[in-house]
Design a protein around this ligand. Structure first.
Ligand code: B12
Length: 599
């Protein structure tokens, strides 16, 4: 029997509040700030004699010169400054170049400075004062791109002011606005207001400031259909360019592991964008824990990006990600190595050119464009129909964020409804991560014996799934595996606070919690979760997996270290692979306890 779609959306379901802030007043406030906040000088702008990176990108694209992007941002400012200078100098000495640095701020930078100190920290760079932004960008004539935890966070306005003053003319990340949740911060109205003011401030600058949006950080990593990803580009362009008067610039790449669709998406994006792109991110989801093997992935995606830029130059910088990336935050020398590799690849690429035929990618690009336009138009028409003001940037942003990727795709996606489940649409062009997760789930099941399957299946377990941060694939993987084993699941959500998780697990009387964590907060999070569970006198076993590391309080090098041992000592069941949990679940089912001993 076909499943019926959920009840239709109404305005009241999306906006339960009686009143929302006045969008035009917020935009006016942001524009007004342009009188006192402007683009500061920095070596990149001065040495290249440009007023903004926009012009530099346009010139490079017109000359067919491929730009290069490196990602930096160590917790320690001094080390980040060293990286800013050393990568540039080393490549220069070798006769090569790097055009731009993506500065990887810590997620705690997304909180307003006044409350930041008491909030959880990840593994990235913390800049305590506006002057810190400036000292960083003075280190070399490389374009500073403040790509994360600026736009889209509660600190959007203050961070944008600091980034502009430090000479940054590419600021993001609008993608994060749609998908990221800051722990302990529940005021999405304030996040939206701050973002809107920051967008208006950037748009009111006398020179073009690129509003960077990493599609993978936004909805792209969760859509099943690549056409929806292009539709998201059109929606963001409509909001930033038509409603606010700014310049949106899109980045993609982490999850684009299929060469054909990676290339097709670039073509589709090129044909709908008037603004140069920021960068094409490395295909980091294909990296494994074996650095040497990752050279194959590196060459594979870089060649796709090099040929894409040759065929349709969009000003996107390409991004050689160090091969150690899946293991840890790469060291400075590892970033330099990846760039040297990439430069040799660019030098040699022309010899491969006669072998390249873009026809199949062009055909797929047409499909992506057609579906993307449909998705965009359906969203606007659908919002209009339920009374969301599609000329109001505040309402549009907040509605998109609150509805979320899954439901947007179900409601407005261009694919036909699935034959057995009307809520799932058949993608016009499948995205890579979702189909890869299905295969991964099967491998996890195959890794344990049939007896373990049967034991779990017969136990009628109820599990609770959650993540500590935006990384959702581990949870999606567990969901698929456990559902195939007949385990019933309570979805506590993504980026969920420990108090909410403890309360949900207790209220639903679950047999176990499975927690996926990646942001380098594993131990702090577990301690907070246990405190909250103690308040409910709850001793539910907690399985934990993902990236189990954290920057120690007394760290000398500010790099995260493995905390598996401490997690185990605190009473969690540490899992490196899904099979670890399945074996333990079967074991627990046999011996019967519904609780975990904690020291
Ligand atoms: C995909 C990805 C993203 C995507 C996430 C998309 C999404 N919606 O899920 C995007 C692009 C959004 C992203 C964003 C960020 N990311 Co990221 N990301 C990754 C990446 C490439 C893959 C992680 C992943 O999902 N793997 C797929 C899963 C299924 O496989 P797996 O990791 O091998 O997991 C296995 C097991 O651990 C197990 N598992 C996982 N969880 C659990 C739980 C239980 C209970 C069990 C039993 C098993 C289990 O399942 C797998 C089976 O073997 C990693 C690097 C890497 N290659 O690992 C970085 C990485 C995790 N990201 C990182 C960072 C820093 C970030 C950002 C903070 C960057 C930034 N400044 O913007 C932001 C996050 C911001 C935020 N607010 O949280 C760092 C974390 C650093 C650290 N802790 O040391 C990493 C390691 C990259 C790096 N080396 O710097 N990221």
């Amino acid at each position: 029997m076909a499943r019926q779609p959920k009840a239709p959306l109404t305005r009241a379901m999306i906006f339960p509040e009686s009143e929302l802030p006045d969008a035009s007043a917020l935009l006016a406030e942001g524009r007004q700030l342009a009188d006192s906040t402007s683009i500061g000088p920095c070596p990149f702008l001065v040495q290249n004699e440009v007023s903004a990176e926009f012009a530099y990108k346009r010139w490079h694209a017109s000359q067919g010169k491929i730009m290069l992007h490196a990602q930096i941002g160590y917790r320690d400012l001094q080390k980040s400054r060293r990286a800013y200078a050393e990568i540039y100098e080393s490549l220069n000495k070798a006769g090569y170049y790097v055009d731009r640095y993506g500065i990887c701020l810590d997620w705690s930078m997304g909180y307003p400075a006044a409350v930041r100190r008491d909030m959880p920290r990840g593994t990235g760079l913390i800049l305590d004062a506006p002057d810190d932004f400036v000292t960083l960008t003075q280190e070399a004539p490389v374009a500073p791109h403040f790509g994360d935890f600026v736009m889209g966070t509660p600190a959007a306005l203050e961070n944008t002011q600091a980034a502009l003053a430090a000479g940054s003319t590419a600021i993001g990340n609008l993608g994060q606005y749609f998908n990221f949740r800051m722990p302990h911060w529940h005021d999405d109205v304030e996040t939206t207001a701050s973002t809107l003011k920051a967008l208006a401030l950037a748009a009111a600058q006398p020179h073009e400031v690129l509003i960077h949006s990493n599609l993978d950080d936004g909805f792209a990593s969760l859509f099943h259909d690549l056409a929806c990803t292009l539709g998201a580009v059109l929606v963001e362009r409509y909001i930033v360019e038509e409603l606010i008067g700014g310049h949106v610039s899109h980045c993609y790449g982490h999850t684009f592991s299929d060469p054909l669709t990676r290339s097709a998406f670039q073509q589709a994006l090129a044909s709908v964008s008037q603004t140069p792109g920021t960068m094409i991110y490395g295909n980091t989801t294909s990296f494994t824990a074996e650095p040497v093997e990752n050279y194959a992935t590196l060459a594979n995606y870089l060649l796709v990006d090099i040929f894409a830029q040759k065929a349709a130059p969009t000003g996107h910088a390409i991004n050689p990600v160090p091969v150690s990336e899946a293991l840890r935050i790469p060291e400075i020398q590892e970033i330099i190595d990846a760039h040297m590799f990439c430069h040799r690849l660019i030098e040699q690429a022309h010899k491969l050119e006669p072998l390249i035929d873009m026809e199949a990618a062009s055909q797929t690009a047409e499909l992506i464009k057609m579906g993307g336009r449909q998705f965009f138009e359906s969203i606007l028409a659908g919002f209009d129909a339920i009374g969301i003001d599609t000329k109001n940037a505040f309402e549009l942003l907040l509605a998109l964020r609150r509805i979320g990727a899954k439901r947007l795709e179900q409601l407005y996606g261009p694919g036909k409804p699935g034959p057995t489940n009307a809520e799932v649409r058949l993608p016009m062009v499948k995205t890579s991560p979702i189909s890869e997760l299905q295969d991964h789930a099967q491998r996890c099941l195959d890794a344990v014996d049939p007896e373990t399957h049967e034991t779990i299946r017969g136990a009628q377990l109820l599990g609770c799934l959650a993540t500590t941060d935006v990384h959702e694939y581990g949870k999606l993987l567990l969901e698929t595996v456990l559902q195939r084993l007949g385990v019933e699941l309570v979805d506590a959500g993504v980026s969920i606070d420990p108090d909410v998780l403890a309360e949900t697990a207790h209220r639903k009387n679950v047999d176990f919690i499975a927690l996926s964590t990646y942001n380098g907060v594993a131990l702090d999070y577990l301690k907070r979760l246990h405190n909250e569970m103690d308040r409910h006198r709850s001793t539910i076993p907690v399985f934990i997996g993902g990236k189990l590391n954290q920057v120690p309080e007394d760290s000398h090098d500010s790099l995260p270290v493995d905390v598996s041992h401490e997690l185990r000592a605190a009473g969690a069941i540490v899992c490196y692979e899904v099979k670890d949990m399945l074996k333990q679940l079967a074991q627990m089912t046999r011996v019967g306890p519904k609780s975990a001993e904690r020291p």
